[in-house]
Design a protein around this ligand. Structure first.
Ligand code: UTP
Length: 406
């Protein structure tokens, strides 16, 4: 794309500000900027208008297999899950493409050191959790690691430098998710540098399409992988490919399942698994009407009590059926570094939008979802912030409670 073509394209989308500093750039920088403009998906800007009209359908609480239900059938579920693992029917997908802006580290979130007297990164702790299952099942399952352009190289190198934590490296596969431009409140796409369009990972909703586009569908088929267990990088107590969870899902006949915990308060910042217009759906905490979030049953329990922890099991067959269905795009209002009046600024407060599709919205498309309650003190230690709620500090306390030496 040459300068005139870029100008024409930008005029069409009212984004000529991206060429504001073109005259100042050297040859190499100009080429980089023009190539960025050519690669930018301007269509995401349409979501700035359509998001306003997004309305929730009729909500109702969802049922879940409670801790007591599971306890009664634990042995049976575990046996079924272990059999599926041994038959190679289940693989794990680590969602590690995010930016971790709240944690404020430039390294991939998984490389954050949660150790105190030794180095223990989040990646390592999650691999330790995986080894608990591997020991029980006697087999190593495939693990797909989704990264993004901002952290792919360093993530791959880190795993290689750590000798894949002792895991069979032929069973660990990396792939990249896509990026989307970021923009100001007024809908003007930001420059990250005078020669670079500001881009950020486009949310975790594209985890399956990116996996397929990366060429892994034939591997899923040849290995007989029927179920994918996706999990977030930022929960250090994450139980991955948990045989009880797998067994309960397989026996339920549902197309997907999600681990849930009982919310500690109506305000807790977790999505809630419920029914929307009769279909299983996850409503994000910021979308949930406060009066519904605060509603309680006669026994005092929150009516909408089941919070999701980003650990889901999806049937590959159903994922393929809904492959072409469109996911809604969410606007995330974040502190986005950008060029302002010729200078790069790093705001501490949100100033602009990122465009994201979310894995939770896939649940809506799957048609049926089993909610499986887990003990939050054993399985939920999110690392979102440096201090306070859902932080490195709170996660360390929970790890200690679970006997992990820090
Ligand atoms: P979060 O929604 O907490 O986002 O991700 P984040 O980017 O890690 O952190 P903040 O909001 O900037 O502080 C939940 C999970 O989804 C993954 C993250 O890596 C994490 O495991 N994720 C998020 C992706 O894989 N891709 C994305 O584009 C966004």
């Amino acid at each position: 794309m040459d300068y005139n073509e870029a100008k024409q394209l930008l005029k069409k989308y009212d984004q000529l500000q991206l060429l504001d500093y073109y005259e100042e750039l050297n040859g190499e920088e100009r080429a980089k900027l023009l190539s960025d403009i050519e690669k930018t998906d301007f269509s995401v800007l349409e979501n700035l208008r359509s998001e306003d009209g997004k309305k929730l359908g009729a909500l109702a609480p969802a049922d879940a297999l409670s801790l007591e239900d599971i306890q009664r059938q634990r042995g049976e579920y575990e046996e079924c899950g272990l059999a599926a693992l041994r038959a190679g029917k289940v693989a794990a997908v680590l969602l590690a493409g995010g930016q971790g802006t709240r944690l404020g580290s430039s390294l991939p979130k998984g490389m954050y050191n949660i150790g105190l007297t030794r180095t223990l990164t989040i990646f390592e702790q999650q691999m330790n959790n995986i080894f608990d299952v591997v020991k029980k099942a006697g087999v190593m399952f495939h693990i797909f690691v989704m990264t993004s352009d901002i952290n792919d190289e360093v993530t791959r190198k880190y795993f290689a430098d750590c000798n894949y934590f002792g895991y069979d490296s032929s069973k660990i596969h990396f792939y990249e998710q896509k990026l989307a431009p970021t923009c100001s409140k007024e809908g003007k796409i930001y420059l990250d540098e005078k020669y670079k369009v500001s881009m950020s990972p486009n949310g975790n909703g594209g985890w399956y399409s990116s996996l397929v586009e990366a060429g892994y569908a034939p591997l899923l088929k040849s290995e007989g992988i029927e179920w994918l267990n996706i999990y977030a990088v930022d929960n250090v107590l994450q139980r991955i490919c948990d045989p009880v969870f797998i067994g309960a899902t397989l026996k339920s006949g549902c197309a997907c399942s999600g681990k849930v915990v009982k919310k500690v308060s109506p305000e807790e910042r977790v999505g809630v698994l419920c029914k929307e217009d009769g279909r299983p759906a996850i409503v994000e905490y910021y979308e949930m009407p406060p009066e519904l979030a605060a509603l309680r049953d006669a026994d005092g329990e929150l009516t909408y009590r089941y919070g999701v922890i980003l650990n889901y099991l999806f049937s590959v067959e159903t994922l393929n059926k809904i492959y072409n269905d469109k996911l809604p795009c969410h606007l995330a209002f974040k502190a986005v570094p950008h060029i302002e009046n010729g200078v790069r600024v790093t705001p501490s407060l949100p100033c602009g939008y990122k465009f994201e599709t979310l894995a939770v919205d896939i649940v809506r498309l799957m048609g049926s979802c089993l909610a499986v309650e887990v003990d939050r003190s054993r399985e939920f230690a999110p690392v979102k912030n440096k201090t306070g709620v859902d932080s490195v500090e709170s996660a360390r306390e929970l790890l200690k409670l679970n006997g992990v030496k820090l």
